[in-house]
Design a protein around this ligand. Structure first.
Ligand code: ADP
Length: 592
């Protein structure tokens, strides 16, 4: 792993750490921190999946807080797919909590149950007692909604025990309240009242208003069951009052429903209708269908008590239709979630395959490069040595033969030319192979003009033999560029020698043109030129123009391939323009 990648991972981890720390304190911070973590984690290549998953988990918390339950459900589904590759952690646990909560609030207790069961498993695995207690309680709530009160009670008890063990009084109060509510509905009035008051006292000492509202509601239900309706009314009214002060519409509506039920039991039916009507209105405004459902059910009961069976029936039908809608949407949502899971899993599988392919490719190329390297050094020894020996032997034989034997000397000349040709070929082949196997450029800031002048000076004699003028034209006295002097001089050497080889009369000019970000060097000759059909292939290895004018001139067909390789390793480019019979211009461009 790259060092910058490592430090970026550490930054993302720190952001996610901070975010989870902030959950109880400042939910706005959670969003900001996780946004940053998410953005950073996604820019990395490969993306930092664990960082992404944790940041998503934090966003889930934020959406849950906003009541955006659909987002919570979709996002958690997505991040769960990520977590297949990682060990579960507290981020996952907190997201699963939100997921269950979102399902519960959207009227899908079965899904909520599953989410909290996963949360429980994670919490136990990572030994997070707080998470364990909250998961147990929420499992109780889900069973409660599903109508399995005995099971609900068992989970509430278990959660209370864990809350007690870790000294979380608020959690304990919550669990007690839930237990009391179950008892109240099961007819265990005494237990309901005792436990309900315990819960209320705990909430009062903690000054936790929200808890007090629910505890009063529970007591109202319990007293209604006990037919102590005045007491019930007192608690229900207190609950409504506290909820009004708290300014939480959901709590307020729930409290109004409790009060409506008590009023119905008290036979104060007009008041009951008004209270429940207000609750229904508010629930509809808040688009909270779970509460709308509760209102409709309570209203239907009130109409029944009133003897208005027509209203009772039509209200109950609305309740029934709403439940059907919720059920249909729940199954639609389940379908969408499965699709998200499927797509995320597929995308991940593809990313994984790509990653593996990239790794395989890299390993493969490294292996080839190593092999090539080994072959190059072995071949350079094995091919060059016999050639040198042959040349030495040729020299000795020439001495033995003496100058007079003309025919034998002619044979020896041919032999020498062929040995030389083979020597150039071997040198070029090895050079190209080495260039490609191990790009060992050694770029430094040099004056390009100095290098060009050096090569031009060296080749002036060679041009003069063919009566060619060789000159340099430059728009600047010096051009500083980072390049490998030996290699660029090799390019210049190749191009100018080619120009000399393929020119029979006239001049060869090396021209330097500097731009804002690049410098272009042109080797211009007045030679035989290159046929248009051959131009696209001229830089290919072993490519030689198949033309009688060219065939007479010796060469290996590797020189331009070597030039191209060197220029490309300098992040530059090389190209040719040529007209048969007029000459050629070979140009290369280097970044300044
Ligand atoms: P070689 O060793 O054959 O010169 P190169 O790779 O340097 O190999 O060049 C490939 C072919 O391109 C040559 O065989 C020649 O036909 C053509 N060529 C290269 N430079 C010139 C030039 N300046 N003028 C005309 N033809 C050229």
């Amino acid at each position: 792993m790259h060092v910058t990648e490592m430090t970026t991972h550490a930054i993302i981890d720190a952001l996610n750490d901070q975010a989870i720390e902030q959950i109880e304190r400042d939910i706005g911070q959670v969003k900001a921190l996780s946004d940053e973590a998410l953005a950073l984690a996604q820019t990395l290549d490969p993306p930092y999946d664990l960082g992404i998953a944790r940041a998503l988990a934090m966003q889930v918390n934020w959406y849950a807080h906003q009541g955006a339950y659909r987002h919570v459900i979709q996002l958690t589904t997505e991040l769960q797919a990520y977590y297949h590759q990682f060990a579960p952690d507290k981020w996952l646990s907190s997201a699963l909590f939100c997921l269950g909560f979102a399902f519960q609030q959207s009227g899908q207790p079965t899904e909520a149950l599953k989410a909290h069961q996963s949360q429980l498993a994670v919490a136990r695995l990572i030994k997070d007692r707080e998470g364990e207690a909250s998961a147990l309680r929420r499992i109780g709530v889900a069973h409660d909604s599903l109508g399995d009160l005995d099971l609900a009670l068992r989970y509430y008890r278990e959660s209370r025990a864990v809350f007690a063990a870790i000294g979380d009084e608020m959690g304990m109060a919550g669990a007690l309240n839930n237990m009391a509510y179950v008892h109240a509905r099961q007819g265990g009035i005494e237990a309901a009242l005792t436990i309900g008051h315990q819960a209320l006292t705990l909430f009062e000492t903690q000054q936790f208003i929200s808890g007090q509202i629910t505890a009063h509601g529970t007591l109202a239900t319990a007293y209604t069951q006990a037919e102590q309706l005045d007491q019930a009314n007192r608690h229900a009214a207190t609950s409504v009052e506290l909820a009004r002060q708290l300014g939480r519409p959901d709590r307020f509506i729930a409290a109004l429903i409790d009060l409506g039920e008590v009023l119905t039991a008290q036979k104060r039916l007009t008041e009951a209708l008004m209270t429940l009507g207000e609750a229904l209105q508010l629930a509809e405004n808040a688009d909270n269908r779970v509460l709308v459902g509760k209102c409709l059910k309570a209203l239907s009961d009130t109409y029944s008590v009133m003897g208005d069976h027509h209203q009772a029936l039509s209200t109950f039908r609305r309740y029934h239709d709403l439940q059907t809608d919720i059920f249909n949407e729940a199954s639609q949502q389940r379908y969408e979630n499965l699709e998200v899971l499927h797509q995320t899993a597929q995308a991940q599988a593809e990313a994984e395959i790509q990653r593996r392919l990239r790794d395989d490719d890299r390993r493969y190329y490294e292996q080839i490069a190593r092999m090539k390297d080994e072959i190059v050094s072995a071949a350079s020894h094995d091919l060059k040595n016999p050639l040198s020996t042959m040349k030495t032997m040729l020299y000795l034989v020439r001495h033995q033969v003496g100058k007079d034997d003309e025919r034998l000397n002619q044979y020896l000349n041919t032999l020498e030319r062929n040995i030389d040709q083979m020597h150039y070929l071997v040198v070029d082949m090895l050079d190209l192979a080495r260039l490609e196997a191990i790009p060992t450029l050694n770029p430094h800031d040099h004056d390009l003009i100095v290098s060009i002048r050096r090569v031009v000076n060296e080749l002036e004699g060679r041009a003069a033999i063919k009566h060619l003028r060789l000159g340099l034209e430059t728009d600047r006295p010096s051009v500083l560029v980072a390049f490998d002097a030996k290699r660029i001089e090799q390019v210049l050497n190749n191009l100018i020698i080619n120009a000399i080889k393929y020119t029979h009369a006239g001049a060869i000019t090396v021209k330097v043109e500097t731009g804002a970000n690049t410098v272009v060097v042109r080797v211009i000759d007045s030679g035989i030129g290159i046929p248009e059909n051959d131009l696209p292939h001229i830089f290919e290895r072993f490519y030689r123009v198949d033309d009688p004018h060219h065939a007479d001139i010796e060469g290996t067909g590797l020189g331009l391939a070597i030039c191209q390789s060197i220029i490309e390793q300098h992040q530059g480019r090389i190209w040719v323009e040529s007209v048969v019979g007029q000459g050629s211009v070979f140009s290369f461009e280097l970044p300044i």
